[in-house]
Design a protein around this ligand. Structure first.
Ligand code: G4P
Length: 530
């Protein structure tokens, strides 16, 4: 069956993007303002209550409590001016950059929120770099201009230097903090003046040209002159706005604004929607899948257990890559080689989860997972024969040995650790030939350990003991038939197996890797699992 023009229109109007920022930069506030404009919520502050703590782990735990109702519930959909927008939330700390990377796999573009007083912070450097690695269009929103901010030129330089991506300011701030007067829209050549009204900040902005005499009066001589000089400098710098570079992820359009005071958010959203594309084609093993292909296809990019603690459910999130999904339709789970119906298909709409009747390419759906899906799996219309390229796993850099404190809790221990590993929240290994009595957990960032421990205790009711191990590097052994006993290794190198019983080596330093290679010429080591 071909797609009808109405279905094509549905796909065309979709925009799917990830939102990424360091904690506290204003991601939640910005998202909330988007939802407000789209009419998905009617009251600012409705999405998220006040946070109790500023610490990233407790932040995550707080998110745990709010799951399903908060903005951090992974994905939300809303409508705005004819567009159907899917926002994918990402964790705001680089220790979870692998999770961010997986989410970015499901997005067609990313919005990066930066705090104007802080710039690119150390703890998010890696996170933002992950964004650049994906080569998707990145739009930057420099937030909190109503507070004291760093020099805008310095902020742009920092983004360019830290992330290795060019920037193009779409608008330019006029002052900051108490002196924040608005922004200059470079394309429209207009000033969007920020209005202060008896101490109350107003949402409405006044538009006027740079030559408008009233503006000079309003901005004050100094700011007006600085703006004129800045505009001359920016226009004279000669760098043209290049949409092709934006689409390749080489140039980031930058917008200045203030999410809290609602300033510059709507112009940003409008410009962003015009510059981003409808769902993009996706690479599969045997070629590219077009979103307008009438066959339904999707891949799993995220699995989350215990979304609803009362039901102990496990949800697999899928990005639809082509065609249309219909509730009750039969699909093929490619990796499992099984035909099935996706049960309880749902979408997040602002504050609620809703069972859906249909969804289109670009959309994200969550389905109930009885434990059959893995990250990267493909589902498609039977007969479509498509398998999307897998999602790479990051090599863990921190390891610890984990044991349960109470030996009576073995069942829960094994279940918890295996489920959390299936979600991709940790990677697990065990000693050669032994089971999961004692497990080695590997992570990319140490905060993952804290979250893992918290979840084992709170979701699976198992107290655990964790002991740090000195390893820093991991290599999979690619040789099909290997006699581990014959390997010549340094005494601090450890042989382990992963969940699929493949053999690997854990190394404490690079010197030990070189030793292994030099003393075992036939040994084939791989940095990533296949
Ligand atoms: P996050 O999701 O990126 O972690 O940030 P979030 O939106 O929660 O914002 C962090 C803090 O920054 C919040 O204040 C929020 O009100 C404030 N904020 C966001 N955007 C702006 C802005 O444009 N200007 C100013 N001045 N502040 C902004 P909080 O008091 O720490 O949190 P809450 O108690 O309001 O939740």
């Amino acid at each position: 069956m071909a797609l009808t023009p109405a279905m094509q229109n549905e796909i065309n109007r979709r925009r799917t993007f990830a939102i990424i920022s360091h904690p506290d930069a204003g991601k939640t506030t910005l998202t909330e303002k988007f939802l407000l404009y789209g009419g998905a919520i009617t009251l600012a502050g409705a999405v998220k209550g006040k946070k109790n703590s500023r610490h990233a782990v407790s932040d995550w735990m707080e998110i745990e409590k709010q799951r399903g109702i908060s903005v951090t519930s992974s994905v939300m959909q809303f409508q705005y001016e004819g567009f159907c927008i899917n926002i994918l939330d990402t964790p705001g700390h680089q220790d979870f950059s692998e999770d961010t990377y997986r989410t970015l796999m499901a997005a067609d573009s990313a919005v990066m929120v930066i705090d104007a007083s802080k710039g690119v912070e150390a703890q998010t450097r890696k996170l933002f770099k992950v964004c650049v690695m994906r080569h998707i269009p990145i739009f930057t929103f420099i937030n909190k201009m109503d507070r004291e901010a760093r020099n805008p030129y310095d902020l742009l330089d920092e983004i360019e230097y830290e992330l290795g991506i060019k920037t193009y300011p779409m608008n330019w701030p006029i002052g900051c903090g108490r002196d924040f007067k608005g922004v200059y829209d470079r394309e429209k050549k207009e000033i969007l003046a920020f209005t202060l009204n008896g101490g109350q900040r107003e949402v409405e902005a006044t538009e006027a040209s740079l030559d408008d005499a009233s503006m000079q009066e309003r901005l004050g001589e100094e700011l007006y002159q600085t703006l004129r000089d800045d505009v001359e400098l920016l226009d004279g710098a000669g760098s043209e706005f290049d949409l092709e570079q934006v689409q390749k992820g080489q140039l980031s359009p930058v917008f200045f604004g203030s999410a809290l005071t609602n300033f510059g958010v709507e112009p940003f959203l409008e410009s962003f929607l015009q510059l981003t594309s409808s769902p993009l084609p996706r690479q599969a093993e045997d070629g590219v899948v077009d979103p307008f292909d009438p066959g339904f296809s999707a891949f799993v990019f995220k699995i989350q257990a215990n979304m609803n603690k009362a039901h102990r459910d496990r949800i697999a999130f899928m990005r639809i890559c082509s065609g249309r999904f219909e509730k009750g339709m039969e699909v093929l789970h490619v990796q499992g080689g099984r035909k099935m119906k996706l049960s309880q298909p749902q979408q997040m709409m602002a504050q609620s989860r809703e069972i859906i009747e249909e969804a289109y390419a670009g959309d994200i759906i969550g389905v109930f997972d009885p434990g059959i899906f893995s990250i990267g799996d493909t589902v498609c219309s039977p007969g479509m024969k498509v398998k999307f390229e897998g999602i790479p796993t990051f090599a863990p850099e921190f390891f610890c040995r984990v044991q349960q404190k109470d030996t009576m809790k073995r069942k829960q221990f094994v279940k918890g650790i295996a489920q959390i590993a299936q979600e991709g929240a940790i990677q697990i290994f065990h000693d050669v030939g032994s089971g999961l009595e004692e497990v080695i957990v590997g992570v990319v960032g140490t905060l993952q350990f804290d979250v893992f421990k918290y979840r084992m205790e709170n979701e699976y009711n198992v107290e655990i003991r964790m002991e740090n191990l000195p390893y820093q590097y991991i290599r999979w052994i690619d040789n099909a038939d290997i006699d581990l006993k014959k390997l010549n290794l340094t005494s601090d190198t450890k042989k382990v197996q992963d969940m699929k019983d493949r053999y690997l080596l854990l190394f404490a330093n690079e010197w030990s890797i070189r030793w292994a290679q030099e003393h075992n010429p036939t040994l084939e080591l791989a940095e990533f699992s296949r």
